[in-house]
Design a protein around this ligand. Structure first.
Ligand SMILES: Nc1ncnc2c1ncn2[C@@H]1O[C@H](COP(=O)(O)OP(=O)(O)OP(=O)(O)O)[C@@H](O)[C@H]1O
Length: 293
């Protein structure tokens, strides 16, 4: 069987190749022959037995609601649809892949490159939390995509807004079979795992800090032991100080990450803007001198 014949058949779109896959679906590069538009198309398989029409409608409603978000650092969702075996949505194509792809290919990213990208991510979160009244719930390096701006400069875009809530909302009615907690333990704060309905902006801010930690160190903040239940690790293990990861990091960035990755609900940054202000004002960034310990 050649690769073409394994690609799903989506009316109105020609799928060119697989771009990547996650826990719930597969993402393809897609072209609309009538317009020549190039997009990314995420196909989510409908489980057997099929979910109730209510669960499917709930799932699509969440995705549609997030399709309203319009921000230069949020992946735009253009369209959603369904075939007999899958739900899909069509979104902006980000040719640079995800931050996870980037770290897997090249190792940790230099701080000077990573921090501006995360200021963009935090700007997107500020917009979504305030104007959009939406919490992402699954910020992680796989959901931060890279592309180029009009001036050729690197641009980060947050993908999958609404998806964690959609899986969770529909999961209880049978659309997904992943259990009560949807999402990725490695990038989740304890409060979100202990209470999976807890979905307030500080959860996304913690996950953004965890993603930055990963991108500059190559490690997740907590160590996960193979074979041990990862959800249990989140409820018992603390984040390892960022500067103990063996990568030279500016002291002030290490201290900021450690503070942002507290598991004390009262100590967490309450808004993305607060973390952005501190990240933007790091003395090491201003002087561009702080590299070694
Ligand atoms: N809009 C896009 N443009 C380009 N590549 C994309 C796009 N969306 C996803 N990808 C690629 O596909 C990969 C898988 O995406 P997907 O959203 O399925 O993964 P995930 O977020 O890890 O999984 P899940 O959302 O199921 O937990 C990404 O890591 C990225 O490489």
């Amino acid at each position: 069987m050649d690769e073409e014949s394994r690609l799903p058949d989506i009316p109105g779109w020609v799928l060119r190749k697989e771009l990547g896959r996650g826990g719930m679906g597969v993402v393809y590069e897609a072209v609309e022959p009538t317009t020549g538009r190039r997009r990314a198309l995420k196909a989510v398989h409908i489980p057997v037995p099929a979910p109730s029409p209510d669960a499917t409608a709930l799932f699509e409603r969440e995705i549609r609601m997030c399709g309203r978000l319009r921000h230069p650092h949020i992946v735009r969702v253009d369209d959603i649809g369904r075939t007999s075996s899958l739900s899909y949505f069509v979104m902006e194509l980000c040719d640079g892949g995800s931050l996870m792809d980037r770290v897997a290919a090249d190792g940790p990213m230099p701080v000077e490159e990573a921090v501006p990208l995360f200021l963009q991510v935090l700007d997107a979160l500020t917009y979504a939390h305030t104007w959009g009244a939406t919490v992402h719930r699954d910020i992680k390096p796989q959901n931060i995509l890279l592309t180029r701006g009009p001036d050729g400069g690197p641009v980060a875009k947050v993908a999958d807004f609404g998806l964690a809530k959609a899986y969770q909302a529909a999961g209880t009615s049978g659309l997904t079979q992943t259990g009560a907690v949807a999402g990725t333990p490695a990038f989740m704060p304890r409060v979100q795992v202990v209470n999976y309905k807890y979905a307030k902006p500080p959860v996304d801010v913690w996950s953004a800090a965890a993603s930055l930690y990963f991108v500059v160190t190559g490690h997740t903040p907590r160590d996960f032991t193979p074979g041990r239940n990862p959800w249990l690790t989140v409820t018992t293990a603390l984040a390892i100080p960022a500067r103990d990861r063996g990568v030279p990091l500016p002291e002030d960035l290490g201290a900021l990450l450690d503070r942002a990755l507290t598991d004390e609900p009262d100590g967490m940054f309450s808004t993305a803007e607060q973390l952005a202000v501190e990240l933007r004002d790091l003395p090491a960034r201003k002087s561009r001198s702080g590299h070694a310990r």
